[in-house]
Design a protein around this ligand. Structure first.
Ligand code: KDO
Length: 329
């Protein structure tokens, strides 16, 4: 019986050997993001992975790298362009570094709300802007996710009503021109710092505050080291779930469709949860002892919009784009 079992095992091994060599290896999709595990856009990557597994079992091997452990924040587009990374959630600010027209989506107080955002990027405007990214950066945008509406999150108890009240406030922004411009347009002294260093920066007081959507303030625990949240709602922010063209072009047409569908399911999952959270979190932060209040939002809107319209960025915006974006319902 021992002998027969041995033969049977050998037969199974031989058979499975044949089977694996006949089947294509799964396509590896390495994703890098600075997002922390409990934030919705990190969770949406797991939804994306599960969708692929459900609709194309064994065809993809998705590897999710959180906390910027694989690539530094902001370096993901270049990594994809060099063929070192398959996927990332890139920002309009990242794209604007290479395609100046994209800076229109870094402007404060332009996109009105999450629905407006999704409708804009699912309209001809989105098609035109995604095509620029495909043609000029070799990156395929799969879908847009709502990162949330950015709010000010500050140390200290100085009441902030208007941009003038932010004079001298060292406001951390992610490190690029478009981000720093926004921080300065709000009236603050914008200081660049990577996302992963913000908590310590707030704790030690090397920065006076930061801006992020409320779900991120919770997920990254910034509320532990700040005292107030000022509801400026200055940027309805987006992340674009994207794939390197070099990877995308290797997929079959059917796989490309499966990937796009999975991105849609994942971003919708993110949006629903994030919007729900944004409504609930004000109470949570108050319970944690933070002051949460609305400043004179009109004063912020007026200054920020003026600054953008007068900026060098606006010179690179396609003619009539602001009106077209505003006209999207
Ligand atoms: C941030 O650094 O403040 C930011 O919100 C910028 C976004 O573009 C995005 O990179 C995000 O961080 C990370 O995904 C972490 O949540």
């Amino acid at each position: 019986p021992k002998y027969t079992a041995g033969i049977a095992a050998a037969a199974i091994l031989a058979f499975s050997g044949v089977a694996t060599s006949a089947m294509a290896d799964p396509i590896k999709l390495r994703i890098s993001t600075p997002a922390v595990e409990s934030d919705w856009h990190a969770k949406m990557l797991t939804v994306f992975k599960d969708e692929l597994e459900k609709n194309a079992p064994g065809q993809f091997d998705v590897e999710i790298h959180l906390n910027a452990s694989l690539f530094k924040q902001g370096t993901e587009p270049a990594a994809m362009q060099r063929g070192n990374l398959d996927m990332a959630m890139i920002s309009a600010q990242d794209i604007a570094k290479q395609i100046p027209a994209w800076s229109v989506f870094t402007a404060g107080y332009l996109i009105r709300d999450p629905d407006h955002q999704r409708h804009v990027f699912h309209s001809d405007i989105g098609k035109e802007f995604y095509k620029m990214v495909a043609d000029d950066m070799n990156i395929e945008i799969l879908d847009v996710g709502y990162l949330g509406t950015r709010q000010l999150d500050l140390r200290g108890d100085k009441k902030i009503e208007t941009p003038a009240d932010l004079a001298g406030v060292k406001l951390r922004m992610p490190g690029s021109d478009a981000w720093l411009f926004l921080g300065n347009a709000l009236g603050a002294n914008a200081t660049p710092l990577a996302f992963g260093e913000v908590y310590t920066g707030l704790q030690t007081g090397t920065i006076d505050g930061q801006d992020n959507p409320l779900p991120t303030v919770k997920a990254a625990k910034f509320y532990e080291v700040t005292n107030q949240i000022v509801l400026t709602s200055h940027l309805v922010d987006a992340v674009f779930l994207s794939m390197a063209k070099s990877t995308y072009d290797e997929l079959s047409e059917q796989q490309q469709k499966i990937v796009h569908d999975a991105a849609e399911v994942a971003t919708l999952y993110n949006n629903v949860h994030r919007i729900e959270d944004e409504e609930k979190l004000i109470d949570f932060f108050k319970e944690q002892g933070l002051k949460v209040y609305k400043p004179d939002v009109e004063a912020f809107r007026k200054k920020v919009q003026q600054d953008y319209l007068n900026s060098d960025f606006a010179k690179d915006w396609p003619k009539g784009i602001v009106e077209r974006i505003n006209a999207v319902k």
